[in-house]
Design a binder for this molecule. Structure first.
Ligand SMILES: Nc1nc2c(ncn2[C@@H]2O[C@H](COP(=O)(O)OP(=O)(O)OP(=O)(O)O)[C@@H](O)[C@H]2O)c(=O)[nH]1
Ligand SMILES: [Mg+2]
Length: 700
């Protein structure tokens, strides 16, 4: 593998909503650069980047993919990302690994919500950005309308570097506005083009675009603006320098256009990446914390600085073992040597450093500043950790946390599957930290939570393929809780006389409600030894076990206090077990007297939708017992904040999709528990009783 000077390196990510054409554009770049010998097509399942079988099935990326190419003696590391909400965490991770971002915009659909969100995040991270208007060959493609959509949704006036020559089925090529040439492409997807004069009939239009371009560049630089206003144009050298400076400063956003699947307009895009985007040396110093002192620390983007790298992705590979992907932010690290995980404060043995190209990998000796590389089989390191020079340990900020929005119970298909399930799930979660696994203490089921149904289903398909473990999914479960309404006392008596030694335990208890979130408290108010000391924990254990199993519907009882204030015992027959049972009976009787009610989880929901969908969305949220908390307009879309019960939101993703024709976006996180309205509580209790009856019949 060729080694490149750091100045000629470009670390670039592709971002946009699902289906905008990121992977297709990346494939066209690989083909133009000669990395591939035929154009990879997502729709044909032969894309180098969408290599996973699950991506091929869905005809859409399900994870980020790293590849590299050489263009005009520059090395471009490309990170293709998924745009679907279910997998968007990988796009967020990629934002942290690259130095600049290409945002792909669909010329038919315009900018969608997710693109806007990622755009905002790229802006916050200070990443230089560029836009590529894709799919200009498609029916109903509209370049002008797409520019408008970009202006309103992303709140930016881009600087066009190319504009289309024709549109839809008449798309012939692009006009290069810098060199003022027409690039006429061959129709065979080979990417070959002839350079010629700009056709007369569009000369005026092109002149207008060129003016916009020069203006956008000039406006980023006062001296240049003055010159431009005086002379009416800028020379190519001034233009190129100011363009680069403007992009690096985030003041200019170049825009190019074409078609990924037709392989048209891609070379100007590659040239722009080289000309406008920074090398890793030009990025600001990274900020983190000193792992020794906890103080804020910065590390300059220099090769002779101590090594630091962010782990932004882990891939569970059944053949190579675990693959850890990291981006070097300072210094260098040789392979086959020790490094230091500063987040965990442990040393790690590194194997060979691997340069990725889609699914395949090639060994290189050293990971240098700006490299986006992988190593296999690290023991301690997880996504979000920092690898660092041990003598100067730096911890970089981790990846943004995501909150899962949907849960399923996963059930092994066979006994063999059950045996392997725990291990397979933990490997899966290591690869994808947006998955969350819990064991339901009531049902003993594994509960897998994720970003959406598609996310969970895809993850399980991956688990089946990689680890050979099959599972079935059970409908999402709502984690209801039970609690008591009032205060009441009762006795719990357990007495059994069987031949020899009997069983005897007797207690009086009082239950009283506690504020939400308090959990379960136990008070020992026994005076005078009516229950011997050693049996008091037995009463508590009996009560806690019963509380975990629930009283009316099998959900844990919470937010109450149980006071044990009297009892009786027998010298011979009393035992730990007898008092556990007495505690459980006493608690149940007191709780039933006090009244048991059901609590349901309430979620904080944030929905982002195009303006015109607002009414439908708020109406729908009302029907879901949602409460609106606020609304805020943001560049053509509305952000609606509300709270709503989880039980009403389990199937929200597909419904939001159909209400907004796929343009809506939502996030959801747990807020608090509230009393469940009685007509709904009745249904939950009835369903729990039916389920219990079913289980008992099965056991018989
Ligand atoms: N006509 C036309 N179709 C395109 C173009 N680019 C992509 N497509 C098609 O649009 C669909 C989505 O393209 P992808 O490249 O997979 O889009 P993506 O942005 O990678 O999507 P995700 O991976 O799901 O985020 C595929 O069926 C492509 O064949 C284009 O320039 N013209
Ligand atoms: Mg893709």
């Amino acid at each position: 593998m060729k080694d490149y000077e750091r100045q000629v390196l470009r670390d670039v990510g592709l971002f946009a909503h699902g289906g905008a054409g990121k992977t297709s554009v990346a494939e066209a770049m690989l083909f133009c650069a000669g990395v591939t010998t035929r154009l990879g097509l997502v729709s044909e399942g032969n894309s180098v980047l969408d290599f996973a079988p699950e991506a091929k099935n869905r005809v859409s990326s399900i994870s980020l993919a790293v590849t590299g190419l050489e263009w005009e003696k520059h090395k471009i590391n490309l990170v293709d990302t998924p745009g679907d909400m279910n997998f968007v965490a990988d796009a967020r991770a990629a934002l942290r690994a690259v130095d600049a971002a290409v945002f792909v915009v669909d010329a038919v659909d315009g900018v969608k919500v997710i693109t806007g969100k990622l755009w905002g995040e790229a802006l916050e991270l200070g990443l230089p950005r560029l836009l590529f208007v894709n799919k200009l060959d498609r029916e109903r493609a509209d370049f002008e309308a797409t520019l408008e959509s970009i202006k309103t949704s992303l709140e930016v006036t881009p600087c066009p570097l190319t504009v289309p020559l024709g549109e839809q089925d008449k798309l012939q090529g692009v006009v290069d506005l810098v060199r003022m040439k027409a690039l006429m492409y061959e129709k065979d997807g080979s990417g070959k083009y002839k350079e010629g004069e700009i056709p007369k009939e569009i000369a005026d239009e092109v002149a207008e675009y060129r003016e916009k371009m020069v203006e956008a560049v000039a406006e980023s630089n006062d001296a240049l603006l003055e010159k431009y206003l005086e002379e009416g144009d800028l020379n190519p050298k001034e233009l190129a320098e100011a363009l680069r400076a403007g992009v690096l400063a985030g003041k200019v956003v170049p825009l190019l256009c074409g078609s990924g699947v037709k392989n048209l307009g891609i070379q100007p895009l590659l040239r722009a990446l080289v000309a406008c985007f920074p090398s890793p040396l030009q990025r600001p110093a990274v900020k983190g914390t000193d792992a020794k002192t906890g103080a804020e620390a910065i590390r300059p983007a220099k090769e002779d600085a101590p090594f630091s790298a962010l782990v932004f992705k882990t891939i569970a590979d059944p053949y190579r073992g675990k693959l850890t992907l990291f981006r070097v932010f300072s210094g260098a690290q040789a392979g086959d040597s020790n490094t230091y995980n500063a987040s965990k404060k442990v040393r790690e043995r590194l194997g060979q450093i691997l340069q990725l190209s889609g699914e395949s990998a090639e060994g290189i000796g050293t990971a240098r500043l700006g490299d986006i590389v992988a190593v296999a089989k690290l023991k301690e390191t997880q996504t979000g950790h920092t690898l660092s020079d041990e003598a100067n340990p730096l911890v970089l900020p981790g990846l943004p946390p995501t909150k899962p929005v949907i849960s399923f119970a996963v059930m092994p298909k066979t006994q063999a599957d059950e045996d392997k399930l725990t291990q397979a799930l933990s490997k899966l979660i290591e690869e994808d930290p947006t998955l969350e696994l819990k064991r339901d203490i009531q049902t003993n089921e594994f509960i897998l939570s994720g970003m959406g149904q598609v996310h969970i289903e895809t993850a399980l398909a991956i688990m089946q393929r990689k680890f050979g473990v099959g599972v079935n999914l059970k409908a999402p479960k709502v984690p209801y809780l039970e609690t008591i309404r009032g205060t009441a006392s009762a006795e719990g008596k357990y007495r059994k006389q069987t031949g020899g030694r009997g069983q005897f335990g007797w207690c009086w208890v009082e239950v009283a409600p506690l504020p939400r979130g308090s959990g379960v408290e136990f008070e020992d108010a026994i005076f005078g030894g009516s229950i011997p000391r050693q049996f008091i924990p037995s009463v508590e254990k009996g009560m806690r076990d019963k509380a975990a199993k629930g009283i009316i519907a099998g959900y844990p009882v919470t937010d109450f206090k149980l006071r044990l204030y009297d009892g009786k015992y027998h010298d011979v027959d009393s035992s730990d077990l007898a008092f556990q049972i007495a505690g459980s009976l006493g608690f149940k009787a007191a709780a039933e007297k006090a009244g048991v009610i059901l609590l349901e989880p309430i979620m904080n929901v944030e929905v982002t939708v195009p303006d015109e969908c607002m009414g439908d969305i708020t109406g729908d949220l009302n029907r879901r017992r949602g409460r609106l908390q606020g609304m805020e307009g943001r560049g053509g879309s509305q952000v609606i904040k509300a709270t709503a019960p989880l039980s009403e939101m389990l199937r929200y993703a597909p419904d939001l999709n159909s209400l907004t024709s796929g343009r809506g976006l939502f996030t959801m996180e747990f807020s608090h528990y509230e009393e469940c309205p009685s007509h709904i509580a009745e249904k939950v209790v009835a369903a729990a009783q039916r389920e219990k009856k079913g289980e008992e019949e099965e056991e018989e």
